[in-house]
Design a protein around this ligand. Sequence first.
Ligand SMILES: C[S@@+](CC[C@H](N)C(=O)[O-])C[C@H]1O[C@@H](n2cnc3c(N)ncnc32)[C@H](O)[C@@H]1O
Length: 221
Amino acid sequence: MCDGSRCDVTRNAVLEAVLLTLRYAPCMDDLRYITEPKVLKHLLEQTRELNFSMASEPLVGSLLRSLAASKPGGRLLELGTGTGISAAWILDGMSDDATLVSVDNDAAVQDVARRALGNDRRLTVVTQDGTAFLKKQTAASFDFVFADAMPGKYEGTELALSLVKPGGIFVIDDMLPQPNWPEGHAAKVPVLIDLVAKDKRFETTPISWASGVVVAVRKLE
Ligand SMILES: C[S@@+](CC[C@H](N)C(=O)[O-])C[C@H]1O[C@@H](n2cnc3c(N)ncnc32)[C@H](O)[C@@H]1O
């Protein structure tokens, strides 16, 4: 039974919340503004067939594409090709004269990317352990680094950060809880965010959105 003034207050609060949602939600329907790269449908089918559960989601893909577009003629690096979903978004944002190196140690999943994206002359697919790859690179040699594998993220973070040129961008995702996190992983996440956010060479923004993203831009020296 609802006949007292307390009930009216509650009802008004609920109504206000509903009205606020109706008023603001449509303009933040982010996915509505995002057009997927053409190759994505095929990649997603192949990814499902392989039962590969670690692919980037469209919101993160779109952010990666925008950031890649900010580096015309740039040298871009992705650690963790997976089946090539994030690589497809990155390539979609890159200029014709930019290049992307994508590294993974799992040849089977990476083969999906190789077959679907391998004709793109801007892309070099490397099958190698990420840490071994990082150790061979020159400091400040990439304009953009998307670290989406253990190496570059939870191992060899300093190595990966050192590869970013002044003005370049370092990105990590999956900072919010993910269903595929192994036991004990959750405790490592704030340590990683801390490490990047406290690095004085970078201007860093942790974004509690999509899978949880950190964008760090290396300042000029
Ligand atoms: C999160 S998935 C990458 C997903 C991909 N970036 C995407 O969004 O579609 C992480 C990838 O890291 C790779 N990986 C794990 N350990 C690695 C290592 N030591 N060296 C290189 N790649 C590694 C895995 O094989 C897996 O494909």
